[in-house]
Design a binder for this molecule. Structure first.
Ligand code: AMP
Length: 122
């Protein structure tokens, strides 16, 4: 699938629509989900144009891949849900494609916390 430059996260990255930013570095941006499914629900995205995880692992540089995985953990520490800084833990997941339930065609990891997340898959 070709990357759609008009997807909502591309617009956030270009600053065309606002987001509630929690973390940013050269390679990633993290912001609160507009429709939180848990007490804390943050999304982390690569700044590059990648439709999904498979596209990312095929085309992204090792620096970008490391930054995104490390970013999940850095965000969790920053917002106080990591066990590393006395939080109670969290869940991160990524939806890929139609069966995965992906709605926005720009790779994003969800980060849920602040309460028990519950059943892994419904
Ligand atoms: P997914 O189903 O994995 O593609 O998840 C897309 C997520 O993006 C959903 O949880 C939406 O609530 C969230 N979302 C959609 N638009 C925005 C937005 N403008 N700002 C923050 N989160 C958004």
């Amino acid at each position: 699938m070709a990357y759609d430059k008009n997807n909502i996260f591309a617009k956030i990255l270009r600053g065309e629509i606002p987001c509630k930013k929690v973390y940013e570095n050269q390679h990633v941006l993290a912001f609160h989900d507009v429709n939180p499914q848990k007490k804390i629900h943050v999304l982390i995205i690569p700044k590059g144009e990648y439709t999904n995880l498979d596209d990312f692992t095929e085309r992204a540089s090792e620096k970008e891949i490391v930054a995104l995985i490390k970013g999940i953990s850095d965000v969790a520490k920053k917002i106080g849900i990591s066990e590393k800084n006395s939080g109670n833990g969290y869940r991160s997941l990524v939806n890929i494609g139609e069966n995965g339930g992906q709605e926005v065609p720009h790779l994003h990891f969800h980060i849920f916390g602040g309460e028990k997340i519950g059943k892994m898959v419904s």
